[in-house]
Design a protein around this ligand. Structure first.
Ligand code: SF4
Ligand SMILES: [Zn+2]
Length: 183
């Protein structure tokens, strides 16, 4: 009898990547930080306040990530959790049928290909959903001049740290209330 291994639904999909607090600290290295070094401590402190630390940690545990700090967990932390909760040990290949086994370990078996396809489908679905609430929040109703830059009426303003111009009308988004503060 042949056993068919079904693709595993990923526990997390990477719509969280762009929202990681580490994106704001390019001078720190989350991958190379030596355990218990001041840099590792700084990374873990930032992870503790990161809005996506759970997704980040689960993702690293799922793929048996051998290096770096993810979700505030270093390799030793991940090993302890892996033993207790049945994740692959850091450095061990994750099971067949997973995106990580396909991408990180180059497995070309059918379940891994299917798992990868499923992961990518989920990722694209999430990206499209995010695109709805990440649209620009401001649209100008009057021309606006900032230094040498001139923005015309009707032009969108990206929500950067630009002061809202007088007369700009705020366009309410249907799901605006759901936007995480740290996003
Ligand atoms: S938990 Fe840490 S490593 Fe993961 S995205 Fe957030 S800041 Fe980056
Ligand atoms: Zn495989």
């Amino acid at each position: 009898m042949t056993t068919v291994e079904l693709p595993r639904v990923p526990w997390s999909v990477p719509d969280w990547h762009e929202r990681g607090a580490c994106q704001l600290f390019p001078e720190l290295d989350w991958i190379e930080a030596k355990a218990k070094s001041p840099q590792a401590l700084a990374c873990k402190t930032i992870c503790a306040a990161c809005p996506v630390r759970y997704d980040c940690a689960i993702s690293a545990l799922e793929r048996g990530e051998p290096n770096g700090i993810w979700g505030g967990l270093d390799r030793a932390d991940r090993k302890k959790i892996a033993v207790e909760f049945g994740f692959p040990l850091p450095g061990d290949p994750p099971p067949h049928g997973t995106h990580a086994r396909r991408v990180k370990w180059g497995c070309t078996c059918r379940p891994c290909k299917d798992g990868h396809a499923l992961y990518e489908r989920e990722r694209r679905f999430r990206a499209r959903a995010m695109a709805v609430w990440s649209r620009p929040l401001l649209v100008l109703t009057v021309p606006f001049k900032a230094g040498r830059r001139l923005a015309g009426a009707g032009q969108y303003l990206l929500p950067l740290d630009v002061p809202a111009p007088l007369g700009a009308e705020r366009e309410q988004q249907p799901d605006e209330a759901a936007i995480p503060a740290a996003a």
